[in-house]
Design a protein around this ligand. Structure first.
Ligand SMILES: *Cc1c(COP(=O)(O)O)cnc(C)c1O
Length: 801
C-alpha cells in the first residue's frame, strides 16, 4: 500500500484535510480513523478486482460460507498487518504524534454475532484469504449487532449497539446487484405440456442489497469478499399498506438475535434465514452462469458450506432454483443439491435444534414448503425401503413430524458432508445424537476440529510474544503455524522461560492499566490471572467457578492466619436478555465481588474482576494476560470451544473438563501440562440417560458445598438474598442439570494443585506454558481450512502471488 513512511505521511495528511475540511491539528481521532480506514480500503480495490478476475480466468471452484453470524471485531490493524504495512503506518503516525492504538480504539467492533459460532466464521474468512482459497462469506448486515452490555448495581443492562452510526469504512454498497426475495402469497400450479409448473403469486418482495467487505489475505495479494445483505423495500409491486410494508421490511435486518442456543420461535427469525439464503443462492447461481452454460456443472465449480442449521433453507432454495428456474427433474436437482451443499453442526443441546411450526412455515414460504414436503415424502419412502416396518425410526428421522419442520434433518438430507467441530463432538453425533442418520449414510459424516486465526490471536493480540518467537524459532510459524513446535527445543532454556514470564507480566500490567483507565479500579499484576471469558450459559458453568471463589472466601474468613497465592478471577460474559438464570449468575458474581472488596485482608488474596461488554476487541486485551484458562463446561455439552485455543496459544494453562476440543488440547500437551478434572462425557451421558444422580446427596455429604449453599440462602448478601433463589432451585430442586455439585470437589482439588504449582516453581510453570504455545499451531484455523478444502470442498491450494 505504501512503500515508505514519508509517502504514507504525505498521503495521510492530504487526505485527512480533504475529507474533513479541517487542518490537521483540528481533526479528531475519529476523523483520523475514518481517513486511514478509507485509504486502506481504497488502496486495495485494485487487488480486490484482480483477485476476482483471476478466479474467473482460471475458472476456479468457489466456496461460499453461509452464516447468520460473523463476529469480525476490528479490522484496521488486522488489514494493515495482512497487507504488510502496519510498521510503516505505525511509524508514520508516530512522527505525526499519533499512537496507532488511539486510532484503533475509534473503530467499533463489527459484532454481528453472539459468540463462538460467529467468531469461527470470521477466523475462517481470514484463513481462506490468507491461504489464497477462493472462499467468500455471505451473511446479514444487522443494523444493530449484539447488544452493548453495561453493569448497573451488579445487574446486566442491555443497550442497542450502534456500529453503523459513523458510517462503516470497510463496506461498499452495491445497489445494482440487489435481488428480490419473496414472502407470503400462494403457489399456482399449472400443467404445461404434461409437466407441472409452479408460480409464486401475490408475494411480498423484499430487496436484498449487498454490502461487500474486502477480506484481506496475509502477504499474498488475495482479497476475497464478505457479502452482507441489507433488507430494503422494493419498487416491485408494493402491496397495500406502504408504511407497514416498509417497517416490516427494514425489520428483517434490524437486529441480531441475542441468543446463541435456544431456538427463538419467531417468524422474524425465519424471515432472516430465508432472506440470507435466497439472496445468496440467487447471486451464486447468477455468478456461476456468467461463466458456465450448463447448470449441471454447478457442483464442479461451487461448494456452499452451511454454518449450523440457520442457513439450512439452502436445501429447498437450491432445489427450487433448479426445478422452477432451470427446469431440472427432481432427481437431477437433488443430485446437484446434495453434492453442492455441506452442513456443519455446532451443538447437541436439544433446545438449540431448530424447528419451525409447519403452518407458519407454509404461509411465509409457500413454494419452499412444498419442496420440503416432497423432500420429506421421498426421504421417508427411502427409509421405508431400507428399514421396512420400522415406523418409529422413520418418525424420529423424518424432516416433518408432529407439525414441525426439523432443520437439522433437512440439512443432513440435502448435504454432501455433515461435520462436527471437534473429534469428541463428531463421535457423539455419529454414535448418539445422529446415530440413525449415521447408519443411513455413514459416508456423509466427518470431523473438522475448529481453529482460530493465529494472525489475530497471536501476531496481532500479542506482539511481544510474537517477537520472542520470531527471535527464537524464526518466522516460519507465521506461514506454517505447526512450526511453533520448534519452541520445544527451548523447554529447558531458562532465558527463554524467563522471557515468557516477563512478557506475560507486561501483558498483565497492560491489562491492569486498561482496567484502571476504564474503571478506576486496580488489579494486582502479581496475582494469578484466572480467566473465564465466554457467553454466560448454565452448561459453561461460570457457577462452578463462582462456587470455588465462594469456598476460598469462606476458608479465608474462617481461618484468619491462612494465606493463599493471590488470585484475580476475571470474567467476561454477556447473558442473553431473556435468560434469567444467566443474569442471576452475573448478579452473583458482582455480589460476591462486593463482599470480597469489603474485607481488606481477604481482598489481598482473592479478587473478582468483571469486564463489561465482552467482545472481540476486549478478548484481544485479556487473552495475552491470562495465566489460567477456565474451560469447565459439563463434559459432552461444549461442541468444541475456541476460547480454549486462543488462551492456549498465548501461554495460559487450561483447567478444564474432557469436553470439546479440550480433549485434543490435552492429548497434544500431555496430562502434566493441563489441569483436568470432573466427569467424563461418558459418565455425563450415562447419568443423562439412566439417571442416578442426586444433587442433594452432595449437598449433605460435602460441608464445603453445604456452607456455600447456606450462605446463598442466608443474609450473607443482606437484602439481596432472594436474588439467588433461582440458582439454589436449579441446583437443589431441579437436581443440578449440569453437575456443578457433582464436579465441585474434583474442581476444588485441581484448583489447589494448580495454585501450588504456580507458587512453587515459576520456571516449571513457564515450561508448561511453553509446551502449550508450542502445541497450539495445530489449532490454527489454517489447518482447519486446509482440511475442509481437502475433505469437503474439493479445493486445491493454489500458489498465487
Ligand atoms: C472466541 C470467542 C468466543 C468463544 O469463546 P468460547 O470460550 O469458545 O465459548 C466468544 N466470544 C468472543 C468475543 C470470542 O472472541
Amino acid at each position: 500500500m505504501f512503500s515508505n513512511k514519508d509517502e504514507f505521511k504525505l498521503a495521510f495528511l492530504e487526505r485527512l484535510e480533504r475529507m474533513h475540511g479541517k487542518s490537521f491539528d483540528q481533526t479528531s481521532k475519529q476523523d483520523q480513523f475514518q481517513t486511514l480506514g478509507t485509504m486502506v480500503r481504497e488502496s486495495i480495490s485494485g487487488q480486490w478486482i484482480q483477485t476476482n478476475e483471476q478466479y474467473r480466468m482460471n475458472q476456479e471452484k468457489q466456496v461460499y460460507y453461509l452464516s447468520i453470524e460473523f463476529l469480525l471485531g476490528r479490522l484496521l490493524k488486522q488489514n494493515l498487518m495482512n497487507l504488510g504495512c502496519l510498521d510503516i503506518v505505525e511509524d508514520g503516525l508516530k512522527d505525526l504524534g499519533i499512537h496507532i492504538e488511539d486510532i484503533d480504539d475509534m473503530e467499533d467492533d463489527a459484532g454481528l454475532g453472539n459468540g463462538g459460532l460467529g467468531r469461527l466464521a470470521a477466523c475462517f474468512l481470514d484463513s481462506l484469504a490468507s491461504l489464497a482459497y477462493p472462499g467468500h462469506g455471505m451473511g446479514i448486515r444487522y443494523r444493530h449487532g449484539l447488544f452493548e452490555q453495561r453493569i448497573v448495581d451488579g445487574f446486566q443492562v442491555e443497550l442497542p449497539e450502534q456500529w453503523l452510526k459513523t458510517g462503516y469504512v470497510w463496506e461498499v454498497r452495491k445497489s445494482d446487484l440487489a435481488c428480490n426475495v419473496p414472502f407470503w402469497g400462494t403457489v399456482e400450479v399449472k400443467l404445461e405440456m404434461g409437466k407441472e409448473t409452479y408460480r409464486h403469486v401475490d408475494a411480498e418482495y423484499v430487496s436484498a442489497v449487498p454490502h461487500d467487505m474486502p477480506v484481506v489475505g496475509a502477504g499474498n495479494e488475495t482479497i476475497n469478499t464478505l457479502r452482507l445483505w441489507n433488507a430494503e423495500p422494493t419498487t416491485l409491486r408494493i402491496p397495500g399498506n406502504v408504511l407497514k410494508y416498509k417497517r416490516e421490511t427494514e425489520q428483517i435486518t434490524e437486529f441480531l438475535y441475542p441468543d446463541d442456543t435456544h431456538d427463538e420461535g419467531k417468524i422474524l427469525r425465519l424471515k432472516q434465514q430465508y432472506f440470507l439464503v435466497s439472496a445468496s443462492l440467487q447471486t451464486i447461481i447468477k455468478q456461476f452462469l456468467t461463466q458456465h452454460k450448463d447448470i449441471k456443472l454447478l457442483p464442479r465449480y461451487v461448494h456452499i458450506q452451511i454454518n449450523d442449521t440457520h442457513p439450512s433453507l439452502a436445501v429447498p432454495e437450491l432445489m427450487r432454483l433448479l426445478l422452477d428456474e432451470h427446469s431440472l427433474s427432481w432427481e437431477e436437482a437433488y443430485q446437484i443439491t446434495q453434492t453442492t451443499l455441506s452442513y456443519t453442526n455446532h451443538t447437541t443441546l436439544s433446545e438449540a435444534l431448530e424447528k419451525w411450526p409447519e403452518d407458519l412455515f407454509q404461509r411465509l414460504l409457500p413454494r419452499i414448503y412444498m419442496i420440503v414436503k416432497e423432500c420429506n415424502e421421498r426421504f421417508c419412502q427411502e427409509l421405508w425401503e431400507k428399514y421396512p416396518g420400522d415406523w418409529s425410526r422413520i418418525e424420529r428421522m423424518a424432516i416433518i413430524a408432529h407439525n414441525q419442520i426439523k432443520m437439522a434433518h433437512l440439512a443432513i438430507y440435502g448435504s454432501y458432508r455433515v461435520n462436527g467441530v471437534a473429534r469428541l463432538h463428531t463421535e457423539i453425533l455419529k454414535h448418539r445424537e445422529m446415530r440413525e442418520f449415521y447408519e443411513w449414510r455413514p459416508e456423509k459424516f466427518c470431523n473438522q476440529t475448529n481453529g482460530i486465526t493465529h494472525r489475530r490471536w497471536l501476531l496481532k493480540a500479542n506482539p511481544s510474544l510474537t517477537k520472542l518467537l520470531t527471535e527464537k524459532i524464526g518466522k516460519d510459524f507465521i506461514k506454517e503455524p505447526s512450526a511453533l513446535e520448534k519452541l520445544h527445543h527451548f523447554r529447558n532454556d531458562s532465558g527463554v522461560l524467563q522471557s515468557l514470564y516477563d512478557i506475560k507480566k507486561n501483558n498483565k500490567i497492560s491489562l491492569s492499566n486498561f482496567y484502571f483507565k476504564t474503571t478506576g479500579q486496580l488489579i494486582n499484576p502479581d496475582s494469578i490471572y484466572d480467566v473465564q471469558i465466554k457467553r454466560l450459559h448454565a452448561y459453561k458453568r461460570q457457577l462452578l467457578n463462582v462456587f470455588h471463589i465462594f469456598y476460598l472466601y469462606q476458608q479465608l474468613e474462617e481461618n484468619k492466619s491462612l494465606t493463599i497465592t493471590p488470585r484475580t478471577f476475571i470474567f467476561g460474559a454477556k447473558a442473553s436478555p431473556g435468560y434469567y438464570f444467566a443474569k442471576k449468575v452475573i448478579k452473583l458474581i458482582h455480589s460476591l465481588q462486593r463482599k470480597i472488596q469489603a474485607n481488606p485482608r481477604i481482598r489481598e488474596m482473592i479478587s473478582i474482576v468483571f469486564m463489561e461488554n465482552y467482545r472481540v476487541s476486549l478478548a484481544e486485551r485479556i487473552i495475552p494476560a491470562a495465566d489460567v484458562s477456565e474451560q469447565i463446561s459439563t463434559a459432552s455439552k461444549e461442541a468444541s470451544g475456541t476460547g480454549n485455543m486462543k488462551l492456549m496459544m498465548n501461554g495460559a494453562l487450561t483447567i478444564g473438563t474432557l469436553d470439546g476440543a479440550n480433549v485434543e488440547i490435552a492429548e497434544r500437551v500431555g496430562p502434566e501440562n493441563i489441569y483436568l478434572f470432573g466427569l467424563t462425557s461418558e459418565e455425563v451421558m450415562r447419568y443423562d440417560q439412566e439417571g442416578g444422580y442426586v444433587s442433594t446427596d452432595y449437598y449433605h455429604h460435602d460441608s464445603r458445598i453445604k456452607n456455600v449453599m447456606e450462605a446463598l440462602q442466608s443474609d450473607f448478601f443482606g437484602h439481596e438474598r432472594e436474588q439467588f433463589d433461582m440458582i439454589v432451585d436449579a441446583l437443589m430442586s431441579h437436581n443440578d442439570q449440569y453437575f456443578v455439585l457433582r464436579d465441585f470437589s474434583s474442581y476444588v482439588d485441581t484448583q489447589k494443585r494448580l495454585a501450588d504449582d504456580f507458587q512453587k516453581d515459576s520456571l516449571q510453570w513457564q515450561q508448561k506454558c511453553l509446551v502449550n504455545i508450542a502445541e497450539s499451531g495445530y489449532f490454527s484455523s489454517d489447518r482447519t481450512i486446509d482440511s475442509y478444502a481437502n475433505e469437503i470442498w474439493g479445493l486445491t491450494r493454489e500458489v498465487r502471488v
